[in-house]
Design a protein around this ligand. Structure first.
Ligand code: TPP
Ligand code: MG
Length: 1008
């Protein structure tokens, strides 16, 4: 438990404010240490913070000293010199051999030692102690920095106070304070000075590390990065701001504060999740964007939760205020869709950055209530924008993710998203995370919502520096933001800004916080807001006058009033005003019901097939695994026979789209080879590491790029990422494949909140394809079902409504529904449905149950003629055998979907019922092919109709198709169920039971 704010009276003791160096001078260190320990008794940190400072990173410090000494013995302190000369230090194997040092130790002159004389051991010890102190401040100064504006949530260290640990090696007394100490190369506090008096060293360190900024960075593995940070915070004067800069901060803070005050005045009973207590976030975001724009960024994509979102839209994105105010008016929408609450909506703005005079695009991605779910979506969108701009290093496009403190540490997707940050096919080259840390999550204190000292500890796993800063110190905040933007531009890695503020009101404006946080809110009631504190400071130092402060505020209030008046004249809201990813040019001039052909010339299929079945051209030395040579040979044989199996059908779809300039991206766990070892898009040289060949990238000289990437073992973040990727450009086929379909449920909020409902809520389309391996093949409860029933249950077509029949029936259905759910039984149909994603004049997500055993099933093959010009996707595959040819003889029609078709036909063959039982495959389950089902039923007028499925009765497609069958049949005929009984689990774990169940369903279905 951490930061127990119940003990705030103790933390508010005068000791808590004392500057270490000041009090140390006044009495003996041991007495003082006892007091500090008492004061810090409320500051208990757990393992991460309590680590000894002489640990892992210390080793690199010694190495660093050693390297410096090797280069120039005078560059290190004499104590180090003496140490290295004594040969006590054994260099790690990667270090250079020791060079003879030609400079005598006595040639150094430093405080306390007489020039020319060898330093005594006390001098050496004292210098070592000073260096240890410097290092200790760097490592754990943040633990005792004054980060909390309320000074109630103080960190605690179990057993061992962090204050004590900083000064663990401290043995100096008052008499030492004026002694001069040489500064090591690992600190920049000296500026131009090579040495400083101890008193000054301590004061400077205290100011840098224990004031209003707490820098957590010494865990970073890179010495270069550590030094970079040290320099940015330690160099004297870094916190000096010019009067103009201060006025700009004041003006921005005025707007941020004024915006919330205006909303509170006009809409006092409306939820807006105000930013009061952390208003500095607005100037902070603006500073990050200013500096980043200066450094070359042209587009910023942001993801953020409810808190301060409207303020961000208004004051960071400069979304017209009247559009924001209109959202409060409860007006009808002028366009289609169900819309969303105002603090979830996105926006997209291109504007001139007035500070840098450069054009900038800002997007805030719409998001659901599900905290942090938007993080990977933002990353995917960012990555895609970088890709399309050719911004390979992320210099032009960047993302900013804003988090609440409770959600940042509580939601696992944050961790999953962090782990994408450095993966070659998922990196966005550095994200700046900003935590609006109001030290509370709804009604829960941090001590009950996390087991880590800081809410930001998750970032340590990716070596991201964490800049904690007191949100009541605007200049400290601006400095941190500047450093964060420069960090990203320099290293292209993530970093975190932890804005430690408070929440002035309840969770929302109609909530009563005193129910649960009485002491905290007593304190907040008495606490001046950041704007007033800063204005007072600037007035006191003479930077601005009181009149100026008032006039800036009045001016902004006028702007709000004018927009308010304008908003009152509006009669409708427009969802399109809140679109985060406009696809300009995509819809214009298109017939909204015309689907382009999906068949291609046979020669194209042959070309793709030949390439796909060949090793790298002109690379005889590329050693391919023997098993793969057989796979390639088998593929080649299929191409020669003009047939395709599943993998070849997929390659035909990808290859032909690439040829047409459509970028294809396939991502998911182990997708390069394919979980079932059927795909093999990436061939690995058997003797050379990282030498690979991907034939789909080499189909045509002018083709679009193909990317296939094994992902991290995450569904939530990776599916969210690919969804975000699909939002950027409609002219791309973006596919995510689950290892097995059932694993997709760990990404449920991406499916529910974004994919199935994104268009309805946010007028945002996506053509994302989810490939979900599915099939009851005796593999046990998992690895069997992709839970297609869940997807079907979320389909938005009405079971009781048979749309008007016309030539455009199929495409109109697709246009009107939220997504497509299909289970294809042939490679050709798989090929067509993938291509249709792009051929459609709009975009819809496609949920595809994909096969496992069919990947190698000898019958699951399609002739090229089913993929070439003139062919198309078949929503239903009729019975083309004896039953279909003589429908009047048919006694029973078995409708089914997916791989069970092959079992059914086998049984029918065995029972010699091919003329009496028709088997009809429903390939596109949703939107339901009412028209074709009706047509099939009419064909077999006198036959019994059944739906056969391998899933349990309460699962699979049955509950979706049953009412729709009845609608298609106009309730004049019945359709009965054949299959497994209801079940709680998806499948049995017993092979014997599986076979028994399968045989029962096949016998039931194939009987007359
Ligand atoms: C995944 C998820 N679980 C629960 C909630 C309900 N909820 C909304 S806000 C909130 C508290 C968030 O606290 P924090 O992240 O600190 O943000 P703050 O509201 O303090 O800015 C909770 C639990 C949610 N929106 N999303
Ligand atoms: Mg919070």
């Amino acid at each position: 438990m951490h930061r127990a704010h119940t003990a705030f009276s103790l933390a508010l003791s005068p000791m808590a404010h004392k500057n270490f160096a000041t009090w140390l001078l006044k009495s003996s260190s041991s007495q003082q240490m006892a007091k500090v320990t008492a004061a810090a008794a409320v500051r208990t940190y757990n393992s991460a913070a309590a680590e000894p400072f002489a640990n892992g990173s210390t080793a690199s410090y010694v190495e660093e000293m050693y390297n410096a000494w090797l280069r120039d013995p005078t560059s290190v302190h004499t104590s180090w010199d003496a140490y290295f000369r004594s040969n006590s230090y054994v260099s790690p194997p990667n270090l250079a051999p020791v060079q003879a040092n030609t400079l005598p130790l006595t040639s150094f002159n430093f405080g306390g030692a007489v020039a020319g004389a060898a330093p005594d051991s006390k001098t050496i010890d004292d210098h070592l102690a000073v260096q240890a102190i410097i290092r200790s401040y760097q490592i754990r100064g943040h633990n005792i920095a004054h980060l909390d504006p309320l000074e109630i949530n103080t960190p605690e260290l179990p057993g061992n106070s962090s204050t004590k640990s900083i000064y663990a090696n401290f043995s100096f007394g008052e008499q030492d304070m004026d002694r001069q100490f040489k500064l090591p190369s690992t600190t920049f506090i000296g500026g131009d000075e090579a040495s400083l008096p101890l008193k000054e060293i301590l004061n400077r360190l205290e100011n840098v590390y224990c004031n209003k900024i707490g820098v957590e960075f010494m865990f970073i593995n890179s010495l270069e990065q550590c030094n970079w940070i040290r320099k940015r915070f330690e160099t004297p004067g870094v916190l000096n701001f010019s009067p103009e800069e201060k006025r700009l901060i004041l003006a921005r803070l005025t707007r941020a504060t004024g915006f919330e005050a205006f909303l509170a005045k006009k809409y006092s009973s409306e939820k807006r999740f105000g930013l009061e207590g952390c208003e500095i976030m607005i100037p902070a975001l603006k500073e990050i964007i200013d500096v980043s724009t200066e450094l070359g960024v042209e587009s910023v994509i942001m993801g953020m939760p409810h808190r301060g979102r409207l303020n961000t839209l208004a004051n960071v994105c400069r979304k017209p205020l009247n559009q924001i105010f209109t959202q409060f008016a409860g007006l009808e929408a002028a366009d289609d869709g169900s819309g969303d609450v105002k603090y979830h909506l996105g926006t997209y703005i291109e504007r001139l950055n007035r500070v840098t005079n450069k054009n900038i695009r800002l997007a805030v991605v719409a998001n659901p209530s599900h905290l942090e779910a938007v993080d990977p979506v933002v990353q995917g969108k960012t990555r895609a924008e970088q890709f399309y701009r050719g911004d390979q290093e992320g210099k032009k496009v960047m993302s900013i993710l804003i988090h609440g403190d409770a959600a940042f540490c509580g939601q696992g997707v944050v961790y999953e998203t962090m782990h994408l940050s450095d993966l070659p096919d998922y990196t966005t080259h550095g994200t700046i995370h900003v935590v609006a840390n109001n030290q509370i999550g709804f009604t829960t204190d941090p001590r009950f919502s996390r087991s880590s000292p800081y809410c930001t500890d998750v970032a340590r796993v990716v070596n991201a520096p964490i800049f904690h800063v007191n949100a009541d110190d605007p200049e400290a905040v601006m400095h941190v933001c500047k450093v964060a933007a420069e960090w990203r531009a320099t290293f292209h890695k993530d970093c975190v800004i932890d804005l430690v503020g408070y929440r002035r009101n309840g969770h929302n404006e109609i909530d009563e916080p005193m129910f649960t946080q009485p002491l905290m809110y007593q304190k907040i009631r008495k606490h001046k807001n950041c704007l007033d504190l800063y204005a007072d400071k600037l007035i006191a130092e003479g930077t601005v006058t009181g009149e100026e402060v008032k006039s800036v505020a009045a001016k902004y209030e006028n702007i709000c009033e004018e927009a308010f008046a304008l908003a009152k004249t509006e009669t409708h809201v427009k969802y399109k005003d809140w679109l985060d990813s406009p696809w300009s040019g995509f819809f214009e001039g298109k017939d909204p019901l015309k689907v382009a052909p999906t068949g291609v010339k046979e020669e194209t299929l042959i070309h793709i097939g030949n390439r796909f079945s060949s090793p790298p051209p002109n690379a005889a030395e590329f050693v391919i695994h023997k098993g793969l040579l057989r796979v390639l040979a088998a593929r080649k044989a299929m191409v020669d026979e003009k047939v395709a199996d599943w993998a070849l059908g997929e390659a035909m779809a990808f290859g032909s789209l690439l040829k047409e300039g459509i970028h294809v991206r396939l991502s998911g766990q182990d997708v390069e080879r394919g979980t079932f070892s059927h795909r093999h898009h990436v061939l690995h040289h058997q003797l050379v590491d990282k030498a690979t060949y991907n034939s789909l990238q080499h189909m045509y000289p002018d083709q679009a790029p193909y990317s296939v990437s094994n992902s991290s073992l995450s569904e939530y973040a990776v599916l969210g990422f690919e969804h975000g990727y699909s939002m950027t450009n409609p002219n791309a086929l973006v596919l995510w494949e689950a290892q097995f379909g059932d694993f997709s449920n760990t990404a449920q909020s991406i499916i529910d909140q974004f994919i199935s409902s994104g268009q309805s809520k946010w007028v945002r389309q996506s053509g994302l394809v989810m490939l979900l391996p599915h099939g009851m093949e005796g593999m046990g409860p998992e690895h069997s079902s992709c839970r297609v029933e869940r997807f079907l249950q979320m389909s938005s077509d009405d079971p009781d409504y048979f749309p008007p029949e016309s030539d455009e029936f199929g495409v109109r259905q697709l246009h009107d529904i939220n997504w497509i759910v299909a289970n294809c039984s042939t490679p050709a149909n798989y090929y067509h449905i993938l291509r249709r994603q792009i051929a459609l004049p709009f975009r819809k997500p496609l949920i595809l149950c994909t096969p496992k055993s069919l990947l190698r099933h000898p019958e699951a093959k399609s002739p090229f003629s089913e993929m070439s010009e003139g062919s198309e996707f078949q929503r239903i595959i009729p019975d083309n055998g004896p039953a279909g040819q003589n429908p009047s003889n048919v006694k029973k029609v078995v409708f089914c979907s997916g791989r069970v078709y092959y079992d059914l036909t086998k049984t029918r063959r065995e029972k010699q019922l091919e003329g009496e039982i028709a088997i009809v495959r429903v390939e596109q389950i949703s939107p339901f092919p009412f028209d074709l089902v009706k047509e099939q039923a009419n064909l077999y007028k006198n036959a019994e109709l059944v739906w056969a499925q391998e899933e349990h009765k309460n699962q699979g497609s049955w509950t979706y198709v049953q009412p729709r069958f009845l609608t298609a049949l106009n309730h004049s005929r019945d359709v009965s169920y054949v299959g497994r009984a209801c079940g709680a689990s998806t499948a049995t774990g017993s092979k014997a039971q599986h076979i028994r169940e399968l045989n029962a369903l096949l016998n039931d279905a194939i009987s007359t």
